[in-house]
Design a protein around this ligand. Structure first.
Ligand code: TRP
Length: 374
């Protein structure tokens, strides 16, 4: 399955370089070096060993996940979501490692940390009681310097404090009016607060252009396509019915998404006040298929529907896959639809699977995810 002799860095960088080539780029713009910084001392670890930390970035705890974002009229973007791990991983040690890495990158790449500093104490004043303190996303656009994004965990002080943390962060970033909008649209009114709809990430772009984003992510447990449409309606100009249709096409037979949750993200940029200017819906497709052949078929059908290059998606899958698609489930982790400006963008999230491949599931096992269990 895995190449026995490869380190995590060799393994993941091999995938990243192949992905870069798959989207037609000759130069990786320093992607390999950034990945090495992220993996730190973990770089040398053999992929045949157990993961040193149960990173929630991906199901098999590889601290890296790839994605390819397709937009109309633009070159595709490659992204890497990753968690920096300490040499001796732990909740506090990983937080410190992430902060050190951010300080190094801020100097080297002249990142703008203004907004980061406005909210960081809300998330990083003590080691988290949740899974992580700070994640990074590396964003590689054609012919541009890499961009960096950070993710905070609103649950860092416990799930019961997540909403306060989001509200206060928005306040400090002059987006205080956005919070009631999130409450109204993203939270189902008939459920107890934080029960079915939960704040999962609070993310910032680390540059200070007018397009620099603040993003709030909400996970919708046991949600339907209609619930997703309701959540999407927070963003003016977003076709909520299209969001429902996207869920149906990505979810196959799912009437309720009872496996991994659907996720909404709300994007705020300069000039937004109470309403977000962008919305994305993420379907964790791996919970709703038997294997990656089925996941690929659905993703290609979606790409076709939105007029994106299906061949490119196939090349991207091939670049990351180290096995037959029929032999596992989870290589295609999420598929997301991005709405707001122009025709919908589509993003495919690809797991590294450096440590483990989830075996295909039987159709009767899958059926349990497709209806309400309780
Ligand atoms: N692995 C986690 C999850 O599936 C976090 C995560 C990674 C995620 N990539 C994502 C969540 C994309 C939403 C969308 O929840």
């Amino acid at each position: 399955m895995n190449n026995e002799n490869s380190s995590l860095y060799e393994y993941a960088n091999g995938q990243l370089q192949a992905l870069t080539a798959a989207v037609g780029r000759a130069d990786d713009h320093g992607a390999g070096a950034l990945l090495a910084d992220l993996l730190g001392t973990d770089s040398d670890r053999r992929t045949t060993c157990a993961p040193p930390w149960p990173s929630d970035v991906s199901d098999d705890h590889t601290p890296v996940e790839f994605s390819v974002a397709l937009d109309h009229g633009r070159q595709p973007t490659i992204r890497v979501l990753a968690e920096a791990l300490a040499a001796q991983p732990g909740l506090g040690a990983n937080m410190d490692a992430a902060r050190r890495l951010l300080a190094t990158w801020a100097r080297r790449y002249r990142l703008s940390l203004d907004r980061y500093h406005q909210v960081a104490d809300l998330f990083l004043s003590a080691p988290p009681v949740s899974q992580f303190a700070l994640w990074f996303s590396l964003v590689f656009k054609a012919a541009q310097q890499p961009a960096i994004k950070v993710y905070f965990d609103p649950n860092c002080r416990g799930r019961e404090h997540a909403a306060d943390r989001v509200a206060e962060s928005l306040n400090r970033l002059n987006l205080g009016h956005a919070y009631p909008t999130l409450r109204r649209y993203a939270m189902r009114p008939d459920a107890a607060e934080g029960d079915l709809d939960r704040y999962t990430f609070f993310a910032l772009d680390l540059h200070d252009g007018p397009r620099s984003r603040v993003k709030v992510y909400v996970s919708h447990h046991d949600a339907t396509a209609a619930d997703a449409a309701r959540a999407a309606a927070a963003a003016p100009g977003v076709d909520a019915d299209e969001v429902a249709e996207f869920c149906r096409l990505a979810g196959g037979d799912a009437t309720v998404f009872g496996g991994r949750p659907l996720v909404s993200s709300y994007t705020f940029v300069e000039g937004d006040s109470d309403r977000p200017s962008g919305y994305s819906l993420y379907v964790p497709i791996r919970s709703y298929v038997t294997d990656d052949v089925e996941a690929r078929d659905r993703v290609l059908a979606l790409a076709d529907r939105y007029g994106h290059d299906t061949g490119l998606i196939d090349r991207a899958i091939d670049a990351v896959a180290r096995r037959d698609l029929a032999d596992g489930v989870g290589l295609l982790a999420h598929v997301s639809l991005r709405l707001g400006d122009g025709r919908p963008g589509l993003t495919v999230y690809l797991s590294s699977e450096a440590y483990r491949v989830e075996p295909p599931r039987r159709r009767d096992e899958l059926a349990r995810h497709l209806v309400l269990q309780h």
